[in-house]
Design a protein around this ligand. Structure first.
Ligand code: FAD
Length: 630
C-alpha cells in the first residue's frame, strides 16, 4: 500500500547521519520522514561512548553552529569533558566528551520527537522507488510505500553487514541489530559504485569486576568543565566521572600472537579494509611489534550502568582469546566480559559517485550520508547527515544547494576529500587535512557558519539571537581594546613588567599589549582594573566572547595572511567546470588524466586539482582550454 501522506524528504536510518539529516530538513520547513529499523536505537553509539576529539570536535561545533543536535545532546549527556591540545595553538584545540549512552540517546530522541515537520516510522527499508532516473520514495519490509521528493540514505554499517568473532561470522548491522540485505541488493541492482570496508569494537567489561585501585585515574577538565554547544552551559551537564588507565604487557601480546591463526583478519576471512587510525589490538601488536605496552583507557558507558568500554583493544579474535588478553592486564585479572568484541564488514559506496551536495550523480534526489560514504565516526556522519538533509530540503524547495568550501568549514574539507579522492580505507577527520586550519577553528565555527545557516533556514530564532549578541559583544570589545590607551605614567613600571614583560616606554592600546605572547586577556584586564566586567547579555557565554577577542587579536597577523592566501586561491579554486565536459578534447593532457576527469566530472577547477594524478601542469592546460572555450 501507499502511505496516505506524502513527504518532501525521507531519511532512511536513525544513526548519527540520519538524525541530523532529518532534523535539518525539518528545521528548514520540509515535511520529513525518518524511517529506521528501530526507534529505540535512534542516536545509538555503535562503538565508543565519546564525541569529539581533534578534527572531530571541529565538525561537531560546525554542526552545532548550523542548528544541529550533536553538541547540545552531548552537553546533556556528557559525563567527562576535556579540551585536547589546550596548551597548543587555537587551531588544533579540540573538545572531547565521554557520553552516557542512555542519556545521549534520550537527548537525541527528545529532539526528534519535538521537532515540528518531522515524523518517525519504525520499519526496515528494503527497496527504493525509482522512476526514470529519479528517486520518488522508499518501500519497507512489509511493503508499505512512502512517497517523497528526495531520499537521504544513511544506512551506516548495515548494508550486507557481516559480524566476525574469531572464525565465526553471521549477518548483522551491528551487534544486536539486523543487517540490511535487501536494500544492499537493490543498490547493487542500481549499479551504484561500491566496495567493502570493515571496522571493529572491543569487548565491554563489567566495572564491578575491575580493580580500579591499581589503575591510574584520569579526571576530565573540572575548572571549568568545558561546554560543547554554542547554546550549551555547564548546568546542563550530568555528574562528571573519571576514566581509568591500564596497559597491555608482554603477556597480553603473547596471547594475541598465539591467537592470530584464528583471527578473521590474519587468515584472510575479512576482505574489507579497516580504519588505519583506530586499529584493532591484533593490528597494533603486528604493526608495532617492538612496542612493549599500549595504554588502555577504561571509559564508563554511563551513570546508571556498570559497563566499561576498554578503549584501545578493539578486536575480532575468538572469544576465549579476548577473555585471556583482557585478564592479562593490571586490574583486569578477574574481569567479566559482558559483550564480546567483534569486527563488522559492510558495503560502502564510492563517494566519487556523489556531487558536492552529497546527491548521487546517477539518481536524482537520492542523497547519501555517513558511514555509507566510506567514513568512520559519529562526527563525520553527523556532519554529512546535516549537509545532505539540508541540501535535500533546498532541492525540494527548488533552491540552489549549499556546498561549503574548504576554506569555510571542515565539512567542506570532508566532502571535497570524499568526492575528489574517494576512500581506500575508512576516512576520519584530522586537522592536518585542512590547508586553512588557522581559520577553521572550533572557537569560531559559529562566526563562520551561523549566518549561512540562518539564511538557509536551519538556525532557530533563539540561536540566531544568541549568536548576534555574541558577535556584537566581540565587535564591541575589540573596538574597546583598540581605542583604550595605556599611559606609562599612570601604570606603575613594576606592574607593567609583571604582566607585559617590561615597563612601557610609550602609550599602547590594549589591543597592542594583548598581541604580546605573555599577555592574556584576563591579565591585561587585571592590569588596567577592568577585570570581571560582563561583556555580553544574559544567556551569552562571557568566556566565549573573551576567548574570541583574545584569539582574534593575538593571531590577527596570521589570520589576515591566511585570508589573503584564500583570496588568491579563490579564483581558480571556484572556477566552475562545464556540466558535461569531454576532457578528451583537451590537448596535451595524458590519457590517464583525461579518463579520470571524464569519469569524475569535477564541478570546479579546484576539485580537478585534487584528483590523484592531475598535476599543476594539467591544471594550467585546463585553464588555457577553458579560456579558449570562453
Ligand atoms: P549508524 O550509526 O550505523 O546508523 C545507521 C542507522 O540506519 C541505524 O539506525 C540502522 O538501524 C539504520 N538502518 C540501516 N539500514 C536500514 C534500513 N534498510 N532500513 C531502516 N533503517 C536502516 N567509529 C569511530 O570513529 N571509531 C571507532 O572505533 C568505531 N568503531 C566502530 C565499531 C563498530 C562495530 C561499529 C558498528 C561502528 C564503529 N564506528 C567507529 C563507526 C561509527 O559507529 C559510525 O561511523 C557511525 O555510527 C556512523 O553513523 P551513521 O549514521 O552513518 O550509521
Amino acid at each position: 500500500m501507499f502511505y496516505p501522506k506524502e513527504f518532501d524528504v525521507i531519511v532512511v536510518g536513525g544513526g548519527h547521519a540520519g538524525t541530523e539529516a532529518a532534523l535539518a530538513a525539518a528545521r528548514m520547513g520540509q515535511s520529513t520522514l525518518l524511517l529506521t529499523h528501530n526507534i529505540e536505537t535512534l542516536g545509538q553509539m555503535s562503538c565508543n561512548p565519546s564525541i569529539g576529539g581533534i578534527g572531530k570536535g571541529h565538525l561537531v561545533k560546525e554542526v552545532d553552529a548550523m542548528g544541529g543536535a550533536m553538541a547540545i545532546a552531548t552537553d546533556e549527556a556528557g559525563i567527562q569533558f576535556r579540551i585536547l591540545n589546550s596548551s597548543k595553538g587555537p587551531a588544533v584545540r579540540a573538545t572531547r566528551a565521554q557520553a552516557d549512552r542512555i542519556l545521549y540517546k534520550q537527548a537525541i530522541r527528545s529532539r526528534l520527537e519535538n521537532q515540528p515537520n518531522l515524523w518517525l516510522f519504525q520499519q526496515a527499508v528494503d527497496d527504493l522507488l525509482v522512476e526514470g532516473n529519479r528517486v520518488v520514495g522508499a518501500v519497507t519490509q512489509v511493503g508499505i510505500r512512502f512517497r517523497a521528493r528526495a531520499v537521504v540514505l544513511t544506512a551506516g554499517t548495515f548494508l550486507d553487514g557481516k559480524i566476525h568473532v574469531g572464525l565465526n561470522n553471521y549477518s548483522a548491522g551491528r551487534a544486536g541489530d539486523p543487517p540490511a540485505i535487501s536494500l544492499s541488493a537493490r543498490l547493487k541492482e542500481l549499479a551504484l559504485p561500491q566496495g567493502r570496508l570493515k571496522t571493529g569494537t572491543p569487548p565491554r567489561i563489567d566495572g564491578r569486576s575491575i580493580d580500579f585501585s591499581v589503575m591510574q585515574e584520569q579526571p576530565g577538565d573540572l575548572d571549568p568543565v568545558p561546554v560543547f554547544s554554542y547554546m550549551g552551559n555547564t548546568a546542563m551537564h550530568p555528574k562528571q566521572v573519571p576514566c581509568w588507565i591500564t596497559h597491555t604487557n608482554e603477556k597480553t601480546h603473547d596471547i594475541i600472537r598465539a591467537g592470530l591463526d584464528r583471527s578473521p583478519m590474519y587468515t584472510g576471512v575479512i576482505e574489507g579494509v579497516g580504519p588505519r587510525y583506530c586499529p584493532s589490538i591484533e593490528d597494533k601488536i603486528h604493526r608495532f611489534a617492538s612496542k612493549e605496552s599500549h595504554q588502555i583507557f577504561l571509559e564508563p558507558e554511563g551513570l546508571t550502568t556498570s559497563e566499561f568500554y576498554p578503549n584501545g583493544i578493539s578486536t575480532s579474535l575468538p572469544f576465549d582469546v579476548q577473555l585471556e588478553l583482557v585478564r592479562s592486564m593490571r586490574g583486569m585479572e578477574n574481569a567479566y566480559i559482558l559483550r564480546p568484541g567483534y569486527a563488522i564488514e559492510y558495503d560502502y559506496f564510492d563517494p566519487r559517485g556523489l556531487k558536492s551536495s552529497l546527491e548521487t550523480r546517477q539518481i536524482e534526489g537520492l542523497f547519501f550520508a555517513g558511514q555509507i560514504n566510506g567514513t568512520t565516526g559519529y562526527e563525520e556522519a553527523a556532519a554529512q547527515g546535516m549537509l545532505a538533509g539540508l541540501n535535500a530540503a533546498l532541492q525540494t524547495q527548488g533552491k540552489d544547494v549549499w556546498v561549503p568550501r574548504r576554506d569555510e568549514a571542515y565539512l567542506g574539507v570532508l566532502v571535497d576529500d570524499l568526492i575528489t579522492k574517494g576512500v581506500q580505507e575508512p576516512y576520519r577527520m584530522f586537522t592536518s587535512r585542512a590547508e586553512f586550519r588557522l581559520s577553521l577553528r572550533e572557537d569560531n565555527a559559529d562566526m563562520r557558519l551561523t549566518e549561512i545557516g540562518r539564511q538557509l533556514g536551519c538556525v532557530s530564532d533563539a540561536q540566531w539571537q544568541m549568536f548576534e549578541q555574541k558577535r556584537e559583544s566581540v565587535a564591541r570589545e575589540m573596538e574597546r581594546l583598540r581605542s583604550t590607551w595605556v599611559n606609562p605614567r599612570i601604570l606603575g613600571a613594576e606592574e607593567a613588567e609583571r604582566v607585559v614583560g617590561k615597563a612601557l616606554e610609550r602609550e599602547y592600546s590594549l589591543a597592542d599589549l594583548l598581541r604580546r605572547p605573555q599577555v592574556t586577556y584576563n591579565s591585561l584586564m587585571g592590569l588596567v582594573g577592568l577585570e570581571g566586567q560582563a561583556l555580553a547579555g544574559p544567556g551569552v557565554n562571557d568566556e566565549a566572547v573573551r576567548e574570541q577577542v583574545e584569539i582574534q587579536v593575538k593571531y590577527a597577523g596570521y589570520i589576515d595572511r591566511q585570508a589573503k592566501e584564500v583570496e588568491r586561491h579563490a579564483h581558480f579554486e571556484n572556477l566552475k567546470m562545464p556540466a558535461t565536459f569531454d576532457y578528451m578534447e583537451v590537448n596535451g593532457l595524458s590519457i590517464e588524466v583525461r579518463q579520470k576527469l571524464n569519469k569524475h566530472q569535477p564541478e570546479t577547477l579546484g576539485q580537478c586539482g585534487r584528483i590523484s594524478g592531475v598535476t599543476p601542469a594539467a591544471i594550467s592546460l585546463l585553464l588555457v582550454h577553458l579560456k579558449k572555450r570562453g
